[in-house]
Design a protein around this ligand. Structure first.
Ligand SMILES: *[C@@H]1O[C@H](CO)[C@@H](O)[C@H](O)[C@H]1NC(C)=O
Ligand SMILES: *[C@@H]1O[C@H](CO)[C@@H](O)[C@H](O)[C@H]1NC(C)=O
Ligand SMILES: *[C@@H]1O[C@H](CO)[C@@H](O)[C@H](O)[C@H]1NC(C)=O
Ligand SMILES: *[C@@H]1O[C@H](CO)[C@@H](O)[C@H](O)[C@H]1NC(C)=O
Ligand SMILES: *[C@@H]1O[C@H](CO)[C@@H](O)[C@H](O)[C@H]1NC(C)=O
Ligand SMILES: *[C@@H]1O[C@H](CO)[C@@H](O)[C@H](O)[C@H]1NC(C)=O
Ligand SMILES: *[C@@H]1O[C@H](CO)[C@@H](O)[C@H](O)[C@H]1NC(C)=O
Ligand SMILES: *[C@@H]1O[C@H](CO)[C@@H](O)[C@H](O)[C@H]1NC(C)=O
Ligand SMILES: *[C@@H]1O[C@H](CO)[C@@H](O)[C@H](O)[C@H]1NC(C)=O
Ligand SMILES: *[C@@H]1O[C@H](CO)[C@@H](O)[C@H](O)[C@H]1NC(C)=O
Ligand SMILES: *[C@@H]1O[C@H](CO)[C@@H](O)[C@H](O)[C@H]1NC(C)=O
Ligand SMILES: *[C@@H]1O[C@H](CO)[C@@H](O)[C@H](O)[C@H]1NC(C)=O
Length: 340
């Protein structure tokens, strides 16, 4: 009996105490489970939301920063003073683990170093896979003529230039929320390097002008331009020797494209002047080889002058030699060449 209280203590009080604690905890949870759920959810959200809404956009931005853009093909066609058609192929480089969808966005194109953007181009929606091909085939509105002229001068006259693409696209990766990133990419491109390698080939003259008034023809060879193709329309060039104009040359429907360009040429040349340069006692070039300086006079497309091409051609004088003796022989006028 004396044990009983102990037994009772052990048998009743202790279980009651433990059951009471667990019971109290259980009862607490039974009553307040929703508070704990909210707290748990809040903690989860506090940890994950920054990851999703702060960390993920940062990762996305960092991946966008690391991505590369290469222009593999760039075709300018159908120019007018205020617009030009562009067909551009770009390759996206993305080594990141995320390949989000980048929604369509407007990007401004600017020649690096210029003061104003060249144009705004609409970039289509794309999947940011490594090697994704982005084709932009659209008419560009050209509203800043200085920016366009600077651009065409850079394309024609420089070995390398840089184009900047800037936009703020939305992107989305799987179930993650949409995030707006800054797309600011500068792409280095090869220019046409002043049409280096420009050469006259198979030049012939005729003493009697053709129906169109020209009296010299042949072709122009321009090797290795760049990845860029430009349609410049009907181009007129002024031809001079040591500062004195001797005539004009015409390149009809001139399109400069990658690789070798062989373009038919027609000219109206003052033959009296040319002959006086190479023959007679006061001849400046008795060897028969005259140094030609060729400067753009105009570019006309569909009857309209294209100022940004005219100015770019004018800013890029070309020099080449012409062996008049050889030209006369080619033209079947070898006797004349011998007489000079
Ligand atoms: C992305 O690049 C810009 C500069 O172009 C820089 O200001 C920004 O901090 C970069 N962002 C990240 C997340 O790397
Ligand atoms: C634009 O360029 C792409 C790729 O070079 C070509 O497949 C497409 O036909 C071109 N579009 C036009 C209108 O020339
Ligand atoms: C882009 O060009 C760079 C340099 O020319 C080259 O290293 C890179 O592999 C090219 N990326 C793609 C996707 O073609
Ligand atoms: C691009 O700009 C044009 C004209 O401002 C607008 O109509 C168009 O909705 C823009 N596109 C996107 C994807 O923002
Ligand atoms: C001309 O271009 C600039 C810069 O791209 C732009 O801010 C402006 O709205 C454009 N103006 C017109 C009339 O399109
Ligand atoms: C793009 O980035 C370059 C250098 O990273 C910076 O100089 C330029 O201001 C940026 N462009 C814009 C529109 O923020
Ligand atoms: C070029 O000129 C020569 C000599 O006058 C003439 O025989 C030839 O037909 C002309 N070729 C072209 C393509 O006009
Ligand atoms: C044209 O490019 C090829 C290959 O890149 C090179 O071998 C050749 O020398 C270049 N020609 C000129 C005239 O620059
Ligand atoms: C050709 O040049 C000579 C000498 O400079 C000049 O007298 C003649 O008028 C010119 N002919 C034409 C058609 O311009
Ligand atoms: C080129 O013209 C200048 C004057 O304009 C003259 O002094 C020089 O002798 C000329 N050169 C040749 C090779 O005729
Ligand atoms: C170039 O001139 C020719 C003949 O005058 C004409 O038929 C052609 O349409 C012109 N080309 C362009 C692109 O204007
Ligand atoms: C010009 O052509 C003639 C005839 O082919 C040739 O004899 C002469 O050597 C050439 N002159 C030069 C400087 O190449």
């Amino acid at each position: 009996m004396s044990d009983k209280p102990e037994v009772q203590y052990v048998a009743t009080t202790q279980p009651v105490a433990s059951r009471g604690f667990l019971g109290a905890v259980g009862a607490h949870f039974k009553k307040w489970w929703w508070v704990h759920l909210i707290i748990f959810a809040a903690v989860v959200l506090i940890i994950t939301l920054p990851l999703i809404y702060v960390g993920y956009p940062r990762i996305a931005q960092s991946d966008v920063n690391k991505s590369t853009l290469n222009i593999t093909n760039l075709v300018f066609s159908n120019p007018s003073p205020t617009s030009i058609h562009i067909n551009q192929t770009q390759i996206l480089g993305n080594k990141a683990i995320y390949h989000p969808t980048i929604y369509a966005f407007n990007a401004t194109i600017m020649l690096v170093g210029a003061t104003a953007p060249l144009a705004t181009v609409s970039i289509p929606r794309l999947q940011a896979e490594d090697g994704a091909v982005i084709v932009v085939d659209t008419d560009l509105a050209l509203n800043n003529s200085d920016a366009v002229t600077d651009f065409t001068k850079a394309v024609l006259g420089t070995e390398k230039f840089e184009l900047n693409f800037y936009g703020r696209p939305d992107l989305k990766e799987g179930p993650l929320p949409t995030s707006t990133v800054t797309f600011n990419k500068t792409v280095a491109m090869n220019g046409m390097n002043g049409l280096k390698g420009f050469e006259l080939q198979d030049i012939m003259i005729s003493l009697i002008p053709a129906k169109d008034g020209t009296n010299m023809n042949g072709s122009v060879s321009i090797p290795n331009t760049s990845v860029i193709t430009v349609s410049m329309g009907n181009v007129t060039l002024d031809v001079s020797v040591n500062g004195t104009q001797i005539g004009q040359s015409y390149l009809n429907d001139l399109t400069l494209k990658p690789g070798s360009n062989i373009i038919p040429l027609k000219s109206t040349i003052n033959q009296t002047q040319v002959i006086s340069l190479i023959s007679g006692t006061k001849a400046a070039y008795p060897s028969g080889v005259i140094p030609l300086s060729i400067v753009g006079n105009s570019s006309v497309y569909n009857g309209v002058e294209i100022p940004y091409f005219t100015q770019a051609l004018a800013a890029n004088p070309l020099s080449t030699d012409m062996n008049v003796t050889q030209v006369l022989i080619n033209s079947g006028l070898g006797d004349l060449a011998g007489a000079l």
